[in-house]
Design a protein around this ligand. Structure first.
Ligand code: BGC
Length: 418
């Protein structure tokens, strides 16, 4: 029997009704984040798809701006007006600060059932828990002490991987002399601070980094080592192009991808941009640790913080938490994002050479006690201190302060927020 027009119309109406009914049943979860660059958005797409499978719709609240400064401003405004998002991407001490206000959800039951305690490194749990309660779900671990390079340019100029400050400067000079941009950089405070993180680690080593940027020890801040750090920042400033001011990090990456610039010093989210542009590590681009920091990992971990909600929203939150902690998700996400999984039990099989190195470095640094929180990305000190560092580092990088003035301002700033 051939379907009549009436039957076809009935079927179409039924199908549309089913579709509406399904959508109406789906819970919508509002998530605030700053993953707006190509690689970031592609990685986030994996989480959105997974949630859809669990009957949850994702309501996107993207706030552009690397490092999350702008996102945190929007978050404060939302909470002040009594309208917090259900989940928020957050870093380090920001999580601790929000937990102290008592507005975050308790995830302990899900964490216990899924044994999160056993698979998340202690250095990260320190920011996922408050008073013994899990209040955040770690999505990934990034690290900032990386250099990214255009392989064709390195080959053309016969530049081998620099392993010391001296070699790095020689390589930068070679590129500059060839008429190309040596260092792709975006002049935004969080990017200047990301560069500073690596220079502190190279110049002073892990103990000095801890004393100066985590313990905020005034002797370390007022030391010859710190003076050398600031002087080295000025040396690097000499290899940046004239248009660097205000440039977004992913636009700096695009300069390296296109071969206009040779190097970028930045966290491994940069790899997400190379990958989404179809580039291959070892062939089109090189990744290596910032010279002299090979044995340390300056980390930041993206976590999803859940605000306290009730009813079906709470259920959806827990589903989101479970989806994030799923080992297969952790692998698929980080393969694209450029990070490494926050869980220690995820195999490295699907990762490229940079990702495999990142995972091995993380495990080694964790065991050796050299897995250290990044100041620039909120894992060394609370936001008030971080912002004070940002101001001084940027003013110095832009020539508004000399090294002596920068040290003085740093001491004053730390004193005033202590
Ligand atoms: C975040 C990364 C992000 C980067 C640039 C960092 O603070 O941890 O996930 O890709 O900022 O937006």
């Amino acid at each position: 029997m051939r379907p009549t027009i009436l039957m076809r119309t009935c079927l179409a109406v039924l199908f549309a009704w089913c579709l509406i009914a399904t959508r109406a049943g789906a819970v919508e979860v509002e998530v605030l984040h700053w993953w707006t660059a190509g690689g970031e958005a592609a990685a986030l797409g994996i989480l959105k798809d997974r949630l859809k499978e669990s009957g949850i719709d994702w309501k996107d609240v993207p706030v552009a701006g690397g490092g999350g400064t702008q996102a945190m401003t929007v978050l404060r405004a939302r909470v002040t007006s009594g309208n917090p998002p259900v989940a928020v991407q957050m870093l380090g001490f920001d999580i601790v600060d929000w937990a102290e206000l008592g507005v975050l959800a308790d995830l302990n039951e899900t964490a216990a059932a899924e044994h999160w305690d056993r698979v998340i490194p202690a250095a990260i749990q320190r920011f996922s828990k408050a008073d013994g309660r899990w209040i955040a779900v770690p999505v990934d671990v990034h690290s900032v002490n990386w250099v990214w390079a255009n392989q064709a340019l390195l080959d053309e100029l016969k530049i081998a991987q620099p392993r010391t400050w001296k070699d790095f400067i020689a390589a930068l000079k070679k590129v500059k002399d060839s008429g190309r941009i040596a260092l792709a950089h975006g002049g935004q405070p969080w990017q200047d601070a990301t560069l500073f993180d690596s220079v502190v680690m190279l110049t002073g080593g892990p103990d000095f980094y801890r004393q100066a940027l985590i313990d905020l020890d005034s002797e370390a801040l007022d030391s010859d080592t710190m003076r050398e750090v600031f002087d080295r920042m000025l040396v690097l400033r000499g290899f940046v192009d004239d248009n660097f001011s205000g440039r977004d990090w992913n636009l700096a990456t695009a300069m390296v991808i296109r071969g206009e610039a040779a190097f970028q010093v930045m966290g491994d989210w940069v790899k997400g941009e190379f990958i989404t542009a179809g580039k291959v590590p070892g062939k089109d681009f090189a990744c290596f640790r910032f010279p002299g920091t090979e044995n340390t990992v300056l980390f930041n971990s993206d976590q999803f913080v859940m605000f306290r909600v009730g009813g079906e929203m709470r259920e959806a939150q827990l589903k989101l938490a479970t989806a994030i902690m799923n080992p297969k998700f952790q692998s698929a996400f980080s393969v694209i994002k450029g990070s490494v999984p926050a869980r220690t039990d995820v195999p490295d099989a699907d990762f490229d050479a940079c990702g495999k190195q990142g995972m091995a470095d993380l495990a080694r640094a964790d065991a050796a006690g050299t897995l250290i929180g990044s100041m620039a990305h909120g894992h060394a000190a609370p936001a008030a201190v971080k912002n004070a560092f940002y101001d001084v580092i940027t003013a110095h990088f832009n020539g508004e302060l000399d090294t002596e003035e920068a040290i003085e301002e740093l001491l004053d700033a730390v004193e005033s927020v202590r």
